[in-house]
Write a protein that binds this ligand. Sequence first.
Ligand code: ADP
Ligand code: MG
Length: 189
Amino acid sequence: RYAGFPIVKRNENFDFSFQPSIDATVVRDLSTLRFVQQAENVVFLGPPGVGKTHLAIGLGIAAIEAGFQVLFINASVLIERLKEAYRQDQLDRYLKKLVKPKVLIIDEIGYLPFDSQAAYCFFQLISRRYERASTIFTSNKSFGEWGEIFQDHVIAAAILDRILHHCTTMNIKGESYRMKDRKRNGLTK
Ligand code: ADP
Ligand code: MG
């Protein structure tokens, strides 16, 4: 039922007062799931601990509760599975599986680079989902740095062009929520 989520998070439990760079009205608007009906994308950008994964899962849970099929996958795992499928001549079959969910959440783009084979497979995935189904991305890298993630600026531009055509981007700046807990426990000044 939880479609691969590592943990359950709800956006009702998100403390917007802790993260003033996030516009709560935008999150509330996304929570109506109109973006799912319109096959639009969502990107959460920002440093570690600012709530990117929390918000992405929160939207995913809301979508499941509204009856949409949702799949959560970590980007590093996705890269390995795409490459494995490609090696075994099963890429088309695996892509078909990834195109089906109305919401696909790809978490942590940018921690691991895509080699050219993975970038090609990822481009296929983005192209097939484009204007058909929503994809939610989280990344610690700005769009300007995505060229380095894909190690190829031409394919990165083609990927971004499709993602951003119908997309809400939330650029989160601020302190890690994890740091807040550490401070409260007196482990950090
Ligand atoms: P990121 O994906 O940006 O690295 P996470 O979404 O994993 O960060 O957040 C780190 C932890 O802090 C999680 O347990 C998350 O639920 C919690 N968290 C982050 N921001 C908030 C917030 N503003 N209100 C409540 N919990 C938060
Ligand atoms: Mg995260």
